[in-house]
Structures are given as C-alpha cells and as structure tokens.
Ligand binder design. Structure first.
Ligand code: AMP
Length: 296
C-alpha cells in the first residue's frame, strides 16, 4: 500500500479499473466492507482518509471526531487497499474554496435541515475526490442513505463518469449501526432505540404494512419505549428524499437522535425486487465486537 497526499501521486499508481472508497477515517467494519466491495470489482483500490472541515457546522464535533492515522493505515492495508490518499486540510484546500457544490432540494431536508451546510460540504469534497482521483467506481454506505442519494444526484447532474455503488449497513452484534462516533457514546442502551425502532418497522413491513406514516410511528414508539426521542422518523423516496405515503419504490426510513453529546443517524433501506416485491434491508450484524474497540 502506498500512502499519498496529492491527487497526482495517487493517479500515478493506477493499474486497470479504479475503485475509490471515501472515508473520514477511524475505520471500522462498515468501511472495510466498502473496501472489500472495491477489492472484488476493481484492480486498483484507493481509500481516502480526510476529516472534511467543510461538512461540520459551528458547534459540531470536528475537534472531537476520532483520528488515528497508524490504526487506519494498518486496517486499510489489511483490507487490501492499494493507495491510501491522506491529504492534510492544506493539501485539500490550499485556499478557502470559493466554488461550492449545492445539491438543491434533496440536500435540504432530514440531515440537511438539522445540519445546515453539511451536504454542501459533502458534495464539494466528493466532487473534488471524483475530479482529482477519476475513479471508475466509488463506494458509499447505505448507512448514510441521504448522502448516497445526494452523491448519486450530483454525479448525474455534473456528468462524472464514476459509477456509484451503494453497500449495505454493517452493524454491531446488538444492532447498533457502526459509526466512528460510537467510541464516544455514553448511553449505549438508549442509542439502541434507533436500530430497535428500525427493526420494528422492518417486522411491520414483512407483515404487509406499507403505509409510511404507520412505519414512522412504529419506529418512533419503539425508540421511545427504550427511552430515546427521535429527532425525525421519515420514510422518503431514495431518488428525491421526498416523503412517501407508501413503500412502493426504492426508499428508506431515516431516523436520527441525539444521545448525550453524540448525534446518531440510521435508516432501514428498502428496495423493490424484479418481481415488484418490497425488500427491507436492515444490513449485516457483526458476529462479535467491532475493531473499533480493539486495544492497540
Ligand atoms: P465516514 O467515514 O463515516 O464518512 O464514512 C465513510 C463511508 O463509509 C460512507 O460511505 C459511509 O456511508 C460508509 N459507512 C459508514 N458507516 C457504515 C456502516 N455501518 N455500514 C456501511 N457503510 C458505512
């Protein structure tokens, strides 16, 4: 594995098709599953490691965000990364970027409403990564389903040739979606309200429930039973992020909550198979503790 800090150095090491996995580091099995997907499809796997200040609002956890370069480099290499692109903030933004990418409409609701400017920061950095690294494919987690939708839209709107691949959510054995932020989590049992709410909604869908407002209520009530008040529970169209009355297309039930100082998001992703059947995808549970908690 080569560690590089410029786009040019990264492109210098390419052979064959290139798969890119953008991350903010403090890697866990969710990130590793994206790297594995890239490893399976592409000859050259580029992992990016950059905590993007543009996507954090004032008062958010930019300073508190976990960072450990040596740990990330070892995990990335172990997962089969060829090139680790790890720029400093100055490498990425030598001058304050005057050009920003705004994805209208679908970036304004849910996380966009709770974190003004967040998706502009995400869209701007993803645009830079796609323009600078020029991958054939880029891999994103369904864990951040609205982000995946925003990225798909910007790639279509701006004619980037990269194909965007969405990968299932990886979860801890108790259902909590893996997130680098889990290591700062103080009240884990309340945090489980998010995934428990989604599991309850998944069970309702499997029993034939299709009404958006009912599924939202099921998730909200199950979370409340576990002492967690959700900031939102919303079934939305995966293409437009518009609220859906019925689960009849690719969509997701998105939830968010504050647990102590940490804000967490999760979702139940829903696809429709070739036969027109609605398929909820809760993701995969790890068989044991995550590498997040490994002593180094
Ligand atoms: P992050 O480092 O949190 O910005 O995430 C980098 C990429 O990993 C994004 O595409 C995320 O959606 C994805 N990701 C984060 N957590 C998970 C997870 N639990 N399962 C699958 N993908 C994830």
């Amino acid at each position: 594995m080569r560690v590089v800090t410029s786009f040019q150095e990264a492109r210098h090491g390419y052979e064959g098709s290139v798969g890119c996995v953008p991350t903010m580091g403090f890697l866990h099995e969710g990130h590793l599953s994206l790297i594995a997907a890239a490893r399976a499809d592409d000859q050259t796997v580029v992992v990016t490691l950059f905590v993007n200040p543009l996507q954090f609002g004032p008062g958010e956890d930019l300073e508190r965000y976990p960072r450990d370069f040596d740990r990330d480099a070892a995990l990335a290499e172990g997962a089969g990364t060829d090139i680790l692109f790890a720029p400093s903030t100055e490498d990425m933004y030598p001058t304050e970027p005057a050009s920003r990418v705004t994805v209208r409409g679908l970036a304004d609701t849910l996380e966009g409403a709770h974190r003004p400017g967040h998706f502009e920061g995400v869209a701007t950095v993803v645009t830079k990564l796609l323009a600078g690294l020029r991958p054939d494919r880029a891999y994103f987690g369904r864990k951040d389903a609205q982000q995946l939708s925003v990225v798909r839209r910007l790639v279509a709107d701006l004619s980037f040739p990269a194909k965007i691949i969405g990968c299932p959510t990886v979860r801890e054995p108790d259902g909590l979606a893996l997130s680098s932020r889990n290591i700062n989590l103080e009240e884990r049992s309340r945090a489980l309200g998010l995934s428990a709410g989604l599991r309850a909604a998944e069970a309702a869908i499997r029993q034939g429930e299709q009404r958006g407002p009912v599924l939202e209520r099921v998730a909200r009530e199950e979370a409340e039973r576990r002492g967690l008040e959700l900031q939102y529970a919303s079934l939305v169209d995966a293409d437009t992020i518009e609220p859906l009355e019925q689960v009849d297309r690719e969509s997701f039930l998105a939830v968010a909550a504050r647990v102590g100082k940490t804000r967490l998001i999760d979702n139940l992703y829903i696809t429709v198979n070739a036969a027109g059947r609605v398929e909820p995808d809760f993701g995969h549970l790890l068989p044991g503790p995550s590498v997040l908690y490994d002593e180094r």
